[in-house]
Write a protein that binds this ligand. Structure first.
Ligand code: AMP
Length: 185
């Protein structure tokens, strides 16, 4: 059973490549960003609490996303693709513990590498097409800053475990998908 993390800066193509990975390997896709956006759309108590934080491009607290991931792992039988999680080293440590609790371990972390200027270009383009509340220039800058400060260290965490697979995130969607499959094996 494969349990995979797809990792990269905002705009690196995690969501797009996730669709290909879950289809190819028959995995359950869990995107913390999607789960959080659903809470906001459903106007739940949690959704109301996190809306301002997400609109500002900041990370929500670790315990909120950890609880979501705990539930998702408990409900899964196929193996999982974690998209947008872990985003802090604390989250990565908890993920290892949660997987171990269920007799699993992480297969690998696939890191999509995309230069900063290209990230900005893609995010601004997505803003036009999808109209996501957090895809404006100010918020995008905040999200890239959160990524640099809090999320980048997660890459070293997996590198030290020998689980980091670097993938060139430039090219056509199909080219990148082929590289990702090669990296996962
Ligand atoms: P994403 O769709 O993955 O780009 O996430 C959109 C927003 O959701 C982020 O900018 C954060 O505000 C929040 N978010 C998603 N995943 C996490 C996470 N693992 N930890 C903290 N905040 C998260």
């Amino acid at each position: 059973m494969k349990n995979i993390v797809i990792f990269g800066a905002p705009g690196a193509g995690k969501g797009t490549q996730s669709d290909y990975i879950v289809e190819h390997y028959g995995l359950t896709h869990v995107s913390t960003g999607d789960l959080l956006r659903k809470e906001i759309a459903d106007r739940t108590e949690l959704g109301l609490r996190i809306k301002g934080i997400m609109d500002a491009g900041q990370l929500v607290s670790d315990d909120i996303v950890v609880e979501m991931i705990d539930k998702a792992i408990a409900a899964d039988t196929k193996g999982m693709l974690f998209d947008g999680f872990p985003r802090t080293v604390a989250q990565a440590e908890v993920l290892d513990q949660l997987l171990a609790k269920h007799g699993r371990s992480l297969t690998c972390m696939v890191q999509l590498e995309v230069p900063k200027e290209e990230l900005m270009r893609r995010l601004l383009e997505r803003a036009k097409i999808q109209g996501r509340a957090d895809d404006n220039e100010q918020t995008i800058n905040n999200r890239l800053q959160e990524y640099n400060n809090k999320t980048k260290p997660v890459a070293d965490y997996y590198a030290k475990q020998g689980k980091q697979c670097l993938v060139d995130g430039l090219g056509s969607i199909d080219e990148i998908a082929a590289r990702v499959r090669q990296a996962i094996g």
